[in-house]
Design a binder for this molecule. Structure first.
Ligand SMILES: *Cc1c(COP(=O)(O)O)cnc(C)c1O
Length: 223
């Protein structure tokens, strides 16, 4: 069980490191949003981070996020950062402010239908599988331009940016650079990239949001 002052301190440390990394490359610290990844964390670990002022949180699973955050959503900005099955799209559109894992046409179609039906427009990020890893979600880099065009032209969606999770065993820089190039040539301004081990590198490559869990909260409890 995480000890409260410990996670508040972890949060302040990460926020300070983000500010320093931004300033080091001539960016405003406020140009980088910290998405605090609260998946699998106990309430006692999250409360001090809320109390310290953090309002943007990321979750991997729709049901877990609803169980943790329902009733609290007005003051918060919640991001879905895990793979989304189409049979959960209805709940995801209803619940999340940002869906970062749009990665296939069927999901684009179902999200567009749900958004029209519910009159809600969560902000969307297209996940790109920059390492082309078979086990990982995301559109292949070579298919990204066509997919983004289809999101816009066929489904009437307006993605805000791109998201990636580089392969664990590779230096992340080239993956961040690739994501930034795909975003730039498609006129997308949002770059969700960088996690606990590499968020400072991601900021150098232009990340506009970083998704940080264990550097704030400590190791996640085993499932
Ligand atoms: C779990 C997770 C994170 C946070 O990972 P840490 O290494 O704990 O910072 C970020 N992004 C995604 C997509 C995740 O699943």
């Amino acid at each position: 069980m995480a000890e409260p002052s410990h996670t508040a301190q972890g949060y302040r440390d990460v926020a300070a490191r983000i500010a320093r990394a931004a300033q080091a490359c001539g960016r405003e610290p406020s140009s980088v949003t910290l998405v605090a990844v609260s998946k699998l964390q106990p309430r006692a670990a999250i409360e001090p981070v809320l109390a310290a002022g953090q309002r943007v949180f990321g979750e991997n699973r729709v049901q877990e996020a609803i169980a943790r955050w329902s009733g609290k959503t007005e003051e918060l900005e919640l991001h879905l950062i895990g793979p989304l099955q189409t049979n959960k799209a209805k709940e995801a559109v209803d619940f999340f402010d940002v869906i970062e894992t749009l990665d296939r046409e069927k999901l684009a179609r179902v999200l567009a239908e749900e958004m029209a039906r519910q009159g809600k427009r969560p902000r969307l990020y297209v996940q790109v599988n920059t390492g082309e890893e078979p086990q990982k979600a995301g559109i292949a880099p070579a298919e990204a331009d066509a997919f983004i065009a289809a999101c816009r032209g066929v489904y009437g969606l307006e993605p805000e940016g791109l998201m990636c999770i580089p392969p664990v065993a590779e230096p992340p820089g080239p993956h961040f650079a690739l994501l930034a190039r795909i975003a730039a040539r498609n006129g997308l301004s949002g770059l969700s990239m960088g996690m606990s081990d590499d968020f400072e590198t991601a900021i150098r490559f232009g990340a506009t949001s970083v998704r940080v869990g264990s550097a704030i909260f400590g190791a996640r409890p085993a499932i």
